[in-house]
Design a protein around this ligand. Structure first.
Ligand SMILES: C[S@@+](CC[C@H](N)C(=O)[O-])C[C@H]1O[C@@H](n2cnc3c(N)ncnc32)[C@H](O)[C@@H]1O
Length: 289
């Protein structure tokens, strides 16, 4: 069978199964399976053997059973770069690119910023490592430590660190991020970033079948969805340098800001996502605290 025929056949099945971009996904699955670029498979069709057809059909069926595409093809693009991802690890979302832009915006406007300024940074809950890896690649003065409670996430992040040429510069620790706070020197973090779990526990049942395939520990942020974020702010308060910044992704910026003030932080900025919802909040540790 020709690759084009198989690609369109897969697309038809995905379309009938309600997948939003059926041809695109079918092409990505086939190119992953055959190890060839998907545009090549359309322009220069190749002959696909029976074993490959049967593997392809299995992957299409998994997708019809709502297995996320990123888990099937093993990667996801973020900020224009490729990141590996496996089952059991949170799949990076485009919304989180806003957090990257927020940090870069802050660095560009920082009065003390120059090419020699070193920023000690912590990524709380690295997942695949997309946030810290992207920030280091965009701004090599950032020296990151990454922590995640999930062993698989740390393994995948290590692979991504290596893939992006950052080995030996970016320590990753598999640890509970709250326990880790006790090991950090007071006032030593200039920038803390996190895309913490922030979905309200009561919404678990309402999540799409795809999202439900991701680890729950990466998703649920407590009764109101802001509990993990507040705990991060509280437990790292002493560890943040005076005038240091905390960048948090959230879906409830208003409530997060209201509650965070109690912990000695001043909201400095918010950044909306493409739907207009405030997605990232920047907190400044108050001067003199
Ligand atoms: C929403 S995911 C974000 C992953 C990644 N930063 C990203 O933006 O794609 C949240 C991450 O926090 C991690 N996490 C949850 N609870 C944690 C804890 N107590 N300590 C450290 N990491 C934790 C999860 O394992 C998950 O990888």
């Amino acid at each position: 069978m020709k690759s084009t025929e198989l690609l369109y056949r897969g697309g038809e099945k995905l379309k009938n199964g309600g997948i939003v971009s059926p041809i695109c996904e079918s092409g990505l699955i086939l190119s992953h399976l055959l190890g060839k670029a998907d545009d090549n498979l359309l322009i220069n069709p190749i002959e696909v053997n029976t074993a490959e057809v049967s593997s392809f059909d299995k992957l299409i069926n998994l997708r019809l059973n709502k297995q996320p595409l990123a888990y099937l093809i093993g990667y996801q693009y973020f900020y224009g770069r490729k990141f590996f991802v496996t089952e059991g690890v949170f799949i990076p979302r485009y919304d989180s690119e806003i957090l990257v832009l927020a940090v870069l915006n802050y660095l560009r406007s920082d009065k003390v910023y120059n090419i020699n300024t070193r920023y000690n940074a912590l990524d709380w809950g690295i997942g695949t490592g997309v946030l810290m890896i992207t920030l280091i690649l965009e701004c090599p003065q950032m020296k990151f430590v990454g922590v995640d409670i999930n062993h698989q996430a740390c393994q995948v992040a290590e692979i991504n660190v290596k893939h992006h040429g950052l080995v030996n510069t970016t320590p990753i620790y598999q640890v509970d991020g709250f326990t880790y706070s006790k090991l950090v020197k007071s006032g030593s973090i200039d920038i803390l970033i996190s895309n913490p779990p922030y979905i309200k526990s009561s919404l678990l049942e309402e999540l799409s079948p795809e999202v439900q395939k991701e680890p729950i520990s990466a998703l649920l942020g407590g009764k109101q969805g802001i509990e993990v974020s507040l705990k991060i702010l509280e437990s790292y308060y002493d560890k943040i340098a005076v005038n240091g910044r905390v960048f948090l992704e959230t879906d409830n910026a208003k409530l997060l800001i209201k509650e965070a003030i109690r912990y000695g932080y001043q909201p400095e900025n918010t950044y909306p996502d493409l739907s207009g919802q405030e997605r990232v909040v920047v907190f400044k540790k108050k001067e003199g605290c």
